[in-house]
Design a protein around this ligand. Structure first.
Ligand code: LLP
Length: 392
């Protein structure tokens, strides 16, 4: 059973105070994750994982800069105290709201589609602002914890296709822009054979860009650092992960004869394990051989199981390793058969070991600090659930 991020007593008090469903985050866990990523020149937080204002403020106080993928995310970061220079807008398009936000706040951009080059140049002609840009490249291969999050190869909409890099750098130069960095975020989930390929691709791409007229000073390896959602899953070998990137940076710096700033851009790694979703059991029922615990949280609070078949361990407050359990399917209140938290990647029921439950018992859905609240909806006219960050 996974350890809970806070004592059961504290969780019970929070549930009584704020009601359920409730997202609870621990600042201590976030601090620890930031510390672990020391060694990169910059940690750029992918705020899409969790943009609670207190989470953003905490990360900023720890020296972590931020990535924004929309006008709304730019505004969230500014509201949390980030300076425009600490935010990078990364997207595969400029919608009109994003262009307006960038006109008002001239912040750095990372372009994921070739057509954005001329659009950005036009914006800067009219309103001034940074002429240095990053290009997000699709190296022709990808990776991801599920097909829906694979971010490379020709079946992915993300990034500038690697064979167009030379042309894009030249187009940028013609528009009076300077490509000063490359970005490769090619998947949520990492294995080391794959990482070696990514690092090699980065080196080759830097050389191509430089020959075409870029002046590479910044490299971003993107995010996608995995966390162990399942008990017993090994943690990411951070020493090896960092070493692969540092060596790549070193080789590129030597070949180009200048200092290179290396960024990492995690979302999940910084916040997933800091959070749990607290939900109340409203009743238990038996349908044939299947035991259902019906809870007050649903896929409007946590879409990951329904969307990707993602696994989140569930435990009951008061449950210990010695508690007797039985296989239980945990399902939400939404008027949809797919509103079930315990499923496999094909959507089949995957019961979890839970004690005998009754109405009023509280369950923790673990590792929901990333892509929980940030992907929530108000489907079925349900309000968004409250979020609490506990510090100390
Ligand atoms: N950078 C870029 C450009 C990204 O698109 C993403 C995630 C990240 C960084 C952060 O990835 P992370 O370190 O959190 O894996 N909603 C899905 C994940 C989709 C992520 C999309 N982009 C989930 O619940 O697993």
């Amino acid at each position: 059973m996974k350890a809970r991020i806070l004592p059961d007593e504290t969780l019970r008090k929070l549930a009584a105070q704020h009601g359920t469903p409730l997202y609870v985050y621990s600042a201590a866990v976030i601090r620890e994750r930031v510390r672990e990523l020391g060694g990169f020149d910059r940690i750029r937080y992918a705020q899409k994982a969790n943009a609670h204002p207190e989470v953003l403020r905490l990360l900023r106080s720890l020296g972590v800069v931020v990535d924004a993928v929309s006008a709304g995310e730019v505004r969230q970061a500014l509201a949390a105290g980030y300076q425009p220079s600490e935010i990078v807008y990364t997207a595969d398009l400029f919608d009109r709201r994003a262009l307006e936000e960038l006109r008002r706040h001239p912040l750095p951009v990372n372009l994921g589609s070739d057509f954005m080059i001329e659009q950005y140049a036009e914006l800067r002609e009219k309103s001034g602002g940074p002429r240095d840009i990053l290009l997000r490249i699709n190296p022709g291969f990808g990776h991801g914890h599920a097909r829906k999050v694979n971010t490379g190869g020709e079946t992915s909409k993300h990034g500038i296709w690697f064979e167009q890099l030379r042309d894009c750098v030249q187009r940028a130069v013609r528009c009076g822009l300077r490509v000063h960095g490359l970005h490769l975020h090619i998947g949520s989930g990492t294995d080391f054979d794959h990482l070696v390929r990514v690092c090699q691709a980065m080196e080759q791409l830097c050389m191509v860009a430089e020959e075409a007229g870029a002046h590479i000073e910044v490299l971003s390896g993107g995010g996608g650092l995995p966390i162990p959602y399942r008990m017993g899953e090994p943690r990411l070998d951070l020493v090896r992960y960092k070493a692969a990137w540092m060596e790549t940076r070193q080789r590129i710096a030597q070949r180009l004869g200048r200092t290179i700033t290396l960024e990492v851009e995690p979302g999940r790694y910084l916040v997933a394990e800091s959070g749990l979703l607290l939900t109340e059991v409203r009743g238990v029922k038996q349908s044939g051989s299947v035991r259902y615990a019906i809870v007050d949280a649903g896929f409007h609070n946590l879409i990951r199981p329904a969307m990707y078949g993602a696994y989140h361990q569930i435990s009951a407050l008061g449950q210990t390793e010695r508690t007797a359990t039985r296989p239980t399917v945990v399902a939400g209140p939404r008027c949809e058969s797919g509103d079930v938290f315990t499923v496999d990647t094909l959507g089949h029921l995957l019961p979890q070991a839970l004690p005998d439950l009754t109405c009023g018992d509280l369950l923790c859905i673990h590792d929901t600090g990333a892509y929980g609240a940030s992907m929530a909806s108000t489907y079925n006219a349900q309000p968004l659930a409250a979020e609490v960050l506990v510090d100390g």
